[in-house]
Design a protein around this ligand. Structure first.
Ligand SMILES: Cc1cc2nc3c(=O)[nH]c(=O)nc-3n(C[C@H](O)[C@H](O)[C@H](O)COP(=O)(O)OP(=O)(O)OC[C@H]3O[C@@H](n4cnc5c(N)ncnc54)[C@H](O)[C@@H]3O)c2cc1C
Length: 432
């Protein structure tokens, strides 16, 4: 099977060749072979990006041969770039360690996740790329280099550019993360009115280490999740409650509701109202990585914009008003998260306190007008699209919202003048 297809099924490509390198030397050979044969080369993660960022029609490298923890030290762990986040979490747990923060799911590879700026929600700790201490990468000329956070010379630029590098600067072979002793999170979930959250945004974001809320379109109801560190004791949900919430309610039943809504769109506002009324408050305390992450089985398309935190209330009010004004019927909740500013040049949180607004749509019933309408609001507010989620922005726009955009392009010109690592998506977002 030569075709590469992403998780959502909206991107696919048949590359000229597929290889699964299992050592740095094999990556170097692949990069040199691609260059010698005039083809482009790119490593993919697990295909969880909705954009064409991972595609290549040249030599496609699969990540599965580069997995596992390579080395640990005081407060850090170095892992092979293709290691799935799930495996990293489990290995860290066995060593009594944990990442300080992460996104919603754990299927992605380490390199794939950081290259597009994957993030969760955090008052004090940002996305995965902000927890990186060093990167090992193979450059277009086949040289293997390490970019480090503690580099005070020119190498620091490579570190700040390559952490969220879109695969444009080289093939990552290892990533070193900052880690800390395992910790527990107390998770409180409760229904709240969107209007109440909007009125108390500053207070609710500053009082909670990890705030994540989901607004159900066509209602004034949100499910607010607040995760804060706890000394314990652990009080994990029972196996049945875990299955009920994570598998049955959030996936199986939700999938049935989405399918029903796709057949009878007029019923969606009522279905959402029933879901909103069924939400109830709950708390549990568990290991951090179990609290941070969930399972996503219902296939969807997603667009997510990062806006300056001070514009969040306006962004949400305008989104709510737009959905009410137009005749769209939206089943999926709109998810809202926050992070502190990042120093990675192409991080969506670069140099500003950030709020994320994510719109999802059931995969079988795409709704480009919904994404287009919300995108207009977000870009008016200086929004930056998630590099791995659907959007229509190009280099001309992106250069206006990323202060270090020109520096990134200059570094790419120097490291990859022949555009060995480019693809159609990068030509759009970075230019030729
Ligand atoms: C169900 C679901 C839930 C999600 N949840 C979140 C979330 O909570 N927060 C969030 O921010 N995003 C989320 N995303 C988006 C996802 O995290 C990103 O799109 C991420 O990049 C996907 O990682 P991947 O391993 O699948 O990489 P891919 O999508 O396969 O690749 C992403 C990019 O990384 C590059 N790459 C991969 N490996 C290497 C390497 N070794 N060297 C150089 N470049 C490399 C690829 O070429 C490509 O440019 C979610 C997506 C889905 C489908």
């Amino acid at each position: 099977m030569r075709e590469f297809r992403n998780w959502a099924g909206n991107q696919s490509v048949t590359p000229s060749e597929i290889r699964t390198p299992s050592s740095v030397e094999e990556v170097v050979r692949a990069v040199r072979d691609a260059s010698a044969s005039g083809r482009r080369v790119r490593m993919t993660g697990t295909g969880h990006s909705f954009t064409g960022v991972a595609l290549t029609d040249g030599l496609l490298l699969r990540p599965h041969g580069l997995t596992g923890i390579l080395e640990t030290g005081d407060g850090w762990v170095r892992a092979a770039a293709g290691t799935p986040l799930r495996v990293l979490n489990e290995e860290l747990h066995r060593m009594g360690l944990a990442l300080a923060n992460m996104g919603d799911i754990t299927d992605q590879t380490l390199a794939g996740a950081i290259q597009t700026g994957t993030h969760g929600t955090g008052r004090d700790v940002g996305g995965l790329a902000d927890q990186v201490l060093a990167l090992e990468l193979v450059l277009a000329d086949g040289e293997v280099v390490t970019a480090r956070a503690d580099d005070t010379g020119e190498g620091r630029d490579l570190f700040d550019a390559a952490r969220v590098g879109l695969g444009a600067l080289g093939v990552l072979t290892a990533v070193t993360f900052r880690v800390e002793p395992s910790f527990l999170l107390r998770s409180t979930r409760e229904p709240m009115a969107l209007s109440a959250i909007l009125d108390s945004l500053d207070e609710i974001t500053s009082k909670n280490e990890h705030l994540d809320f989901f607004w159900l379109p066509h209602t004034d109801t949100c499910l607010a999740k607040r995760n804060n560190r706890s000394q314990g004791p652990a009080n994990p949900p029972s196996a049945f409650k875990h299955w009920l919430d994570n598998r049955f309610l959030e996936n199986t039943l939700f999938g049935v509701l989405c399918a029903a809504g796709a057949r009878l769109p007029g019923a969606i506002p009522r279905l959402n109202a029933v879901s909103a009324a069924a939400l109830s408050a709950s708390t549990h305390t568990d290991l951090s990585y179990k609290v941070f992450t969930s399972v996503r089985e219902v296939r969807f398309l997603e667009m997510e914009y990062a806006v300056p935190r001070r514009h969040l209330a306006q962004a949400l009010r305008e989104t709510r008003d737009l959905v009410e004004r137009r005749d769209w019927k939206i089943t999926f909740p709109v998810e809202v998260r926050v992070t502190p500013a990042s120093d990675a040049w192409l991080s969506t949180a670069y140099d500003r306190e950030t709020a994320y607004v994510a719109c999802h749509i059931y995969r079988p019933t795409p709704n480009p007008a919904y994404f287009e309408g919300v995108e207009e609001i977000m870009t008016r507010l200086g929004g930056r699209p998630h590099w791995g989620k659907m959007h229509t922005r190009d280099a001309a726009y992106l250069s206006t919202v990323y202060p270090r955009f020109a520096d990134f392009l200059a570094l790419r010109d120097r490291l990859d003048p022949g555009r060995l690592f480019s693809n159609a998506y990068l030509e759009t977002v970075l230019g030729p």
